[in-house]
Design a protein around this ligand. Structure first.
Ligand code: NAD
Length: 475
C-alpha cells in the first residue's frame, strides 16, 4: 500500500520540512514502491547546516548532565515506539519483525549506555608553577551518513556520542532505508533544542553534497570502502575531521578440536545474520581439513532448514537482500562462481518476487576466486579447507580489509594466541558479532579510519584543547 509522501518529513531546526521532489522507497520483499521520502534540495541542506550551527553556540555551553538527560529522554522514546518503528523497519529494510524490534530496542539501550561515558580532563602537569589541563571540546556541526543494513543502530552510534560531546548533527539515512530514521527525527523533536539534531533525506547526490559542504566540521561515515575513499577525498579539501567505518571480509578460523555439533548453529548465524548483510559477519570460513566435511554438511543442513522470506510474515528467519543494486551484485558473484565451476550448496527455496537469494555455501573454492576475495554482503559463504596454522593465518590476513575476525577452538589459550596474530580491529574467540557501547570498533587497513564506540569513539567527536594555567601570576 502506498503511503502519502507528505507523511514523511525531514527534521530541520526542530520542525518538519517537506520537499517538492521525493525519492521512492521500495519494500525489498516485493520490489514494489510503498512510500516516498523527501529529496533535500541544496537550500534544505544549507538550512539544516545553518540551524545546526546556530544551535551549536548554545548546545556546546550546556552541562554534560543536561545533554545526558536529553539523550536518555530520546532513548526512552525509542523504546516506547519500538513496535511502530519495527513495522516500518520491516517494510523498508526487509528484516523479520523480531530482528527489527531487537535493533530498535538495542539502539535505545545503546543510547542510554553512551550516557554512562564521561569526557575526561587530563592533567599533564601539576607543578609548583603551573597546571596543564587537556580538555576535549566539541568540534561544531557533524555530518552523519548511515548505510541500510542497520539503519537505526548505526545512526544511534553517531547521535549519542556526537551530541553528548556537545556537537550538533545533521544525519542522513541511506536512500534505501530513510523512513524509520525520518520518523525518529520527528519523535526526537521535543528531546533536543531546535537545530541540535536534524535529519535530511535524499538520493545519491545528497551524500557528496554533504561531504563537500563547508559548514561541517566533521564527517562520521559508515558504508562501503569505495564510498569511504570518496568521503575522505572530499573531506581533504577543507581538512574536515573524519571517522570512516567501512567494509570487511572477515575470516573465521575453525580449529579441529571444536565440537562440530555444538558450534555449527553459532557459526551459521555469524555468517548469515541479517541475510549476511553485516559489516562484521563471517565472510570467509576457514575450516580445518579434519572436520571440514562434517561441518560443511551440518551448515548445509542448517541452510536447507532455515526459512527465508518476507520479514512481515511470521516464521521467516531471514529476509531478502535489502536493495536491487546489492541483489544484482550478489547474483553476479554467484554467476561468476558457477561459470568458474565452483560447487554451490544451496539452502531452502526462496520466494520468486523481491530480492531473495537462497543461503548459499561455496565448497572449498580457490583462494583467488572472486567469492573469496570480495565482500559479498549477501548470503554467499565460501568454506575453505586448511591444514597448516601459519598458512591459514597468512590467508586470513591476506586482505585489504581488516574489520574483525574469529577463532574457534576448545583451547582458549591457543585461540587467544591466534587472535593476536590476526590483523583486524576486533577478534572474537568462540563467539561472533559482539560489540558493546564501551568497546571501540575500529577497522584496520581499508576497513576504516578512526573508531566508533567507547571512550575513544566519543573522543573522535572532540578535539583536544590544552590550557596552561600559571600558579604564580607573572602578568
Ligand atoms: P554505501 O557506501 O553505498 O552507502 C553508505 C551511505 O553513504 C549511504 O547513506 C549513501 O547514500 C551514502 N553515499 C553514497 N555515495 C556517497 C558519496 N559519494 N559521498 C557521501 N555519501 C555517499 O554503503 P551501503 O551499501 O549503504 O552499505 C554497505 C557497506 O557498508 C558494506 O561494505 C558494509 O561492510 C559497510 N558497513 C560497515 C560498517 C562498519 O561499522 N564498519 C557497518 C555497516 C556497514
Amino acid at each position: 500500500m502506498a503511503t502519502a509522501a507528505a507523511s514523511y518529513q525531514m527534521t530541520i531546526d526542530g520542525k518538519g520540512v517537506s520537499t517538492p521532489a521525493h525519492i521512492d522507497v521500495r519494500n525489498p520483499a516485493t520490489g514494489e514502491v510503498f512510500a516516498q521520502a523527501p529529496a533535500a534540495t541544496a537550500k534544505d541542506l544549507d538550512h539544516a547546516v545553518a540551524a545546526a550551527k546556530r544551535a551549536f553556540e548554545s548546545w556546546k555551553l550546556t552541562s554534560i548532565a543536561e545533554r545526558k538527560a536529553a539523550l536518555n529522554k530520546a532513548a526512552a522514546i525509542l523504546k516506547a515506539h519500538a513496535d511502530e518503528l519495527a513495522s516500518l523497519f520491516v517494510a523498508e529494510q526487509g528484516r523479520p519483525l523480531a530482528g527489527a524490534k531487537a535493533e530498535i530496542l538495542g539502539a535505545s539501550m545503546w543510547m542510554q549506555a553512551t550516557t554512562l561515558l564521561d569526557i575526561p580532563v587530563e592533567v599533564t602537569e601539576d607543578s609548583d608553577t603551573r597546571r596543564v589541563e587537556v580538555h576535549h571540546v566539541p568540534l561544531g556541526v557533524v555530518c552523519g551518513i548511515v548505510p541500510w543494513n542497520f539503519p537505526v543502530l548505526l545512526a544511534v552510534w553517531k547521535i549519542g556520542p556526537a551530541l553528548l560531546a556537545g556537537n550538533t548533527l545533521v544525519l542522513k539515512p541511506s536512500p534505501f532505508t530513510p523512513l524509520t530514521t525520518l520518523r525518529i527525527g520527528e519523535l526526537f523533536r521535543d528531546c533536543f533544542p531546535a537545530g541540535v539534531f536534524n535529519v535530511i533525506s535524499g538520493g545519491d547526490d545528497l551524500g557528496p553534497r554533504m561531504t563537500a559542504h563547508k559548514g561541517f566540521a566533521k564527517i562520521s561515515f559508515t558504508g562501503s570502502t569505495a564510498t569511504g575513499r570518496r568521503v575522505m577525498e572530499s573531506a581533504a579539501k577543507d581538512l574536515k575531521r573524519i571517522t570512516l567505518e567501512l567494509g570487511g571480509n572477515d575470516a573465521a578460523i575453525i580449529l579441529p578440536d571444536v565440537d562440530v555439533d555444538a558450534v555449527a548453529a553459532q557459526l551459521f548465524e555469524g555468517a548469515f545474520h541479517n541475510t549476511a548483510q553485516v559489516c562484521v559477519a563471517t565472510k570467509r570460513m576457514y575450516i580445518h581439513a579434519d572436520i571440514y566435511d562434517r561441518l560443511r554438511d551440518r551448515l548445509h543442513e542448517l541452510a536447507k532448514a532455515t526459512p527465508v522470506g518476507d520479514g512481515a510474515q511470521q516464521g521467516n528467519r531471514y529476509g531478502p537482500v535489502q536493495n536491487e543494486p546489492q541483489y544484482r551484485r550478489v547474483l553476479n558473484l554467484l554467476e561468476d562462481a558457477r561459470a568458474t565451476g565452483l560447487t554451490l550448496l544451496e539452502g531452502s527455496a526462496v520466494p520468486e518476487a523481491g530480492y531473495f537469494v537462497p543461503l548459499t555455501l561455496v565448497d572449498n573454492p580457490p583462494e583467488a576466486s572472486r567469492v573469496v576475495q570480495e565482500e559479498a554482503f549477501g548470503p554467499v559463504l565460501p568454506l575453505l579447507k586448511w591444514n597448516d596454522l601459519d598458512d591459514v593465518i597468512a590467508r586470513a590476513n591476506d586482505s585489504d580489509y581488516g574489520l574483525a575476525g574469529a577463532v574457534w577452538s576448545a583451547d582458549v589459550a591457543k585461540a587467544t594466541e591466534i587472535a593476536h596474530r590476526l590483523d583486524t580491529g576486533t577478534v572474537w574467540i568462540n563467539q561472533n558479532l559482539q560489540s558493546t557501547p564501551f568497546t571501540p570498533l575500529a577497522g584496520a587497513k581499508q576497513s576504516g579510519f578512526g573508531q566508533e564506540n567507547g571512550l575513544a569513539g566519543l573522543l573522535e567527536f572532540t578535539r583536544p584543547k590544552s590550557i596552561f594555567i600559571p600558579k604564580v601570576n607573572a602578568a
